[in-house]
Structure formats: structure tokens, C-alpha cells
Design a protein. Structure first.
Length: 420
């Protein structure tokens, strides 16, 4: 007969066996689930923040305390999943915990796509602000600071006092100070961050170019270099010409000749100038009219690119004092000359080229109209339908011409010849 004590021991052994078997079975299942079963989370994205460890992730994803304990033991024997990296990770309902931890170790973060804002080379502050006003993104900090540009500059450069001192700032005008680029629009302070990054980048470009600058007596400060760079930017889009354009402007400054550059006149009339520049415009005096006033204008007139900044401080060695477009297309560049006589000859060639183009343009448009009329008549004769807009879609327009030239007797014609 089995004693009472023996029965108790037997029952305990049975329970222990059942418990160990169940634990072993569950451990095997938990490890299997760790490798094969998709995990779920309250959102599609799991954020690993500063201070998070592997244990933090396990605590958030383990289905119960037993599984949590088993996972932690498993990972003690698999240290390759320990060094997780900060960032946002996609859960998605299809990954296992092992796969998610592998992503965290590899740093396979979710690359969030933000809307962007492009500041084009040669655009100006007013056009940028007009574009911002049409967007739905809000930025209270930017809205508050943009009305006091010097304070915005101070705030943006508070961790870059060396750059602020370099330009002898802050300035009450941000024109020229923002580097042309495409910027991500983050959720928090998108426009302020864009201006901050652009300002720092532009001043870094300017300082690099300033430190390597060629000696000249005409550009005495970094701000003057930025002004000259903006003029270069508006005069040519060709990198191969920027240093030559710079040389022309610097030669004219050295000889006390007026710069006589149209973009400054346009800027002074209206920051978003459109239309035809006339002789009357050129004769109307204002701070930015380089036909009526000597020297550089009082501020930059656009956001210059890095190549234009470099050109302003490292010009081509040239005696050229004039330049004029080679043709109607800005892609063809300019003719650079040393004398007014040579320049006037180049101007005549330019006008001839444009007149030839206008004649070709007129003929092309007439041919297109004739083709359209013929097609319509032929279609009616054959009782077939055609797209009445097809011929129009191929028309060339005068808007394609860089500068529209009208007759020299017109009082509103642009004065192309630059007088010394």
C-alpha cells in the first residue's frame, strides 16, 4: 500500500512533468512564432527612440509575460540582434519579430516622403514668398520672423555666429542669401527650416569662394560679392560664361563705367517684373537703375547659384567691356567684346539673327494655319473628323524668343547698345 506521502510526491512529479512538458512545448512554439508568425502593432510604423534597447522592443511586441521571458533568453544566445538603431520601422502585419529586429540592426528605416519646395537659380525673394503664400502648409515661426528679416537671420544663424560675423550681419534684406535648391517641407516649421538651411549653405559657399578669391579693388566685402553674383546669375545661365560676365562687370567698375545691366532695372521697377523693358524704363532713375547710377545696386537682385558666387570672386582674365546675346536663344550664349565699335557690330549681328528667326517664325505659323485649313477642307470633303487643335499644338510662339526686338524707330524699343 502506497503511503500518503508517496502519493503526494507522485502527484507533484506528475504536475512537474506536465508543467515542464507544457513549458517546453510553449517554448518551442514561441521560438517558432518568433521566426514565422507575423507581428501586429497599434500602427504601421514602430519608432525606435533614443534609449530604446532590444528589451524595449520585446516588451512592446511579446504577447504575454512567458513569451517575453522566452524571447529574452533566446536573444541572449543570439547577440547579433542586439545593436538596434534609432528610427522609424515598418511593421505592416507581415513581418516576424525576428525580421523586424533584423531591420532595426541594419537600420532599414522607413524613408518618409515629404513635399518639397524648389528655390530656382535666379529667382528672387518676392517670387519665393508669393509661392509660399499659395501653399497650405503653415509655419507660425516663419510668418512672425519674415517681416523682420534681420531677426530671422539672427535666429537662423544663432549656432553659426562665425557666418554672421563674416557677412557683418544681420541684414534687413534676405535677397541673395538663400541657396537655390530643392528643400523638404517637414511638418514642423517647414519654411523657417528651409530658409535656415538655405542661408547657412549660401554663406558657406560665399565664405569658401571669398577665402579663395582673386585680388581686386572693386569687391571689398562679401556682401558686394553676393550682389555681383546675383547680376551674373541674371545675365547668363551658362556656366562657361559666368566668369567672363564677371570680368566685364569688374572691368567696367574699375574704369568707373556704369554697369548698364537690364535685370537691375527690372528689379527696381517691380520685383516680379513682366513685359517689355523700354527706353523710358532705362531713363527713369531709381536705386537699382544701373543705366543712371554708377556702381553696384544696393542689394542682390536674386538668389545666385554657387557657380555665380565663384565667378564673382574668381573672374576670367579678360579686357572685355561689353556682351550681347548671339541669337534669340539664351542657350547660344553671348558675344564678348573689348570696344564699343566691336560691340555695335555684334549687336547688328544679333538683330539680324533675331529678324531671321522672326521671319522663320512667321512663315512656320502661316504654314501651320494653311495646313490646318487644308486639313479641315479635306476632312469635310471626305466626311471625316479631325482634331481642330492639332495644327495649333505645333505652332511656334514669340514667347520662345529670349528678347523680342521691335523696330529701331519705336520709342519703346530696348536700347541694346551699351554706351561707355
Amino acid at each position: 500500500m502506497i503511503s500518503k506521502k508517496s502519493k503526494v510526491i507522485l502527484i507533484l512529479c506528475v504536475f512537474a512533468f506536465v508543467f515542464v512538458s507544457a513549458l517546453a512545448s510553449y517554448t518551442a512554439y514561441a521560438v517558432y512564432a518568433l521566426k514565422t508568425e507575423p507581428i501586429t502593432y497599434k500602427s504601421q510604423i514602430y519608432s525606435v527612440k533614443s534609449g530604446f534597447t532590444q528589451a524595449t522592443v520585446i516588451d512592446d511586441f511579446a504577447p504575454n509575460l512567458v513569451a517575453k521571458y522566452i524571447y529574452k533568453i533566446y536573444f541572449k544566445f543570439n547577440p547579433q540582434f542586439t545593436a538596434i538603431q534609432k528610427g522609424d520601422y515598418f511593421v505592416g502585419g507581415k513581418k516576424t519579430l525576428l525580421e523586424l529586429l533584423h531591420d532595426m540592426v541594419q537600420g532599414n528605416v522607413v524613408i518618409k516622403k515629404y513635399p518639397t519646395f524648389t528655390i530656382a537659380e535666379g529667382t528672387n525673394l518676392m517670387r519665393i514668398l508669393n509661392s509660399i503664400s499659395k501653399r497650405s502648409l503653415k509655419d507660425d515661426k516663419f510668418s512672425l520672423l519674415i517681416s523682420t528679416p534681420d531677426k530671422l537671420m539672427q535666429e537662423a544663424l544663432k549656432e553659426h555666429q562665425d557666418l554672421l560675423s563674416f557677412i557683418d550681419g544681420p541684414y534687413e534684406n534676405l535677397e541673395g542669401f538663400i541657396a537655390p535648391a530643392t528643400y523638404p517641407m517637414y511638418e514642423k516649421e517647414p519654411y523657417f527650416k528651409m530658409f535656415k538651411v538655405g542661408l547657412i549653405k549660401q554663406l558657406q559657399y560665399l565664405k569658401q569662394a571669398w577665402d579663395k578669391r582673386a585680388k581686386n579693388e572693386e569687391i571689398k566685402t562679401p556682401y558686394q560679392a553676393l550682389i555681383l553674383a546675383s547680376l551674373i546669375e541674371k545675365e547668363t545661365s551658362l556656366d562657361s560664361e559666368r566668369k567672363l560676365v564677371s570680368a566685364v562687370f569688374l572691368n567696367r567698375l574699375r574704369l568707373k563705367m556704369r554697369l548698364q545691366t537690364d535685370p537691375t532695372v527690372m528689379y527696381g521697377i517691380n520685383k516680379v517684373f513682366v513685359g517689355k523693358l523700354t527706353r523710358r524704363h532705362l531713363k527713369t532713375d531709381h536705386a537699382y537703375n544701373t543705366y543712371t547710377r554708377a556702381g553696384l545696386p544696393p542689394s542682390p537682385i536674386c538668389m545666385p547659384s554657387k557657380p555665380s558666387i565663384e565667378a564673382a570672386l574668381s573672374p576670367e582674365k579678360s579686357k572685355a567691356l561689353y556682351f550681347v546675346a548671339k541669337s534669340y536663344s539664351p542657350k547660344d550664349g553671348h558675344v564678348f567684346t573689348n570696344s564699343l565699335q566691336e560691340h555695335n557690330k555684334a549687336v547688328k549681328e544679333y538683330r539680324k539673327s533675331v529678324k531671321q528667326y522672326l521671319a522663320k517664325l512667321k512663315k512656320a505659323n502661316q504654314d501651320a494655319k494653311d495646313t490646318k485649313a487644308f486639313t479641315q477642307a479635306n476632312s469635310k470633303a471626305q466626311a471625316k473628323t479631325t482634331d481642330p487643335n492639332k495644327a495649333d499644338n505645333n505652332n511656334i510662339t514669340e514667347a520662345d524668343i529670349d528678347t523680342a526686338i521691335v523696330t529701331e524707330n519705336d520709342e519703346d524699343v530696348i536700347s541694346i547698345t551699351v554706351d561707355p
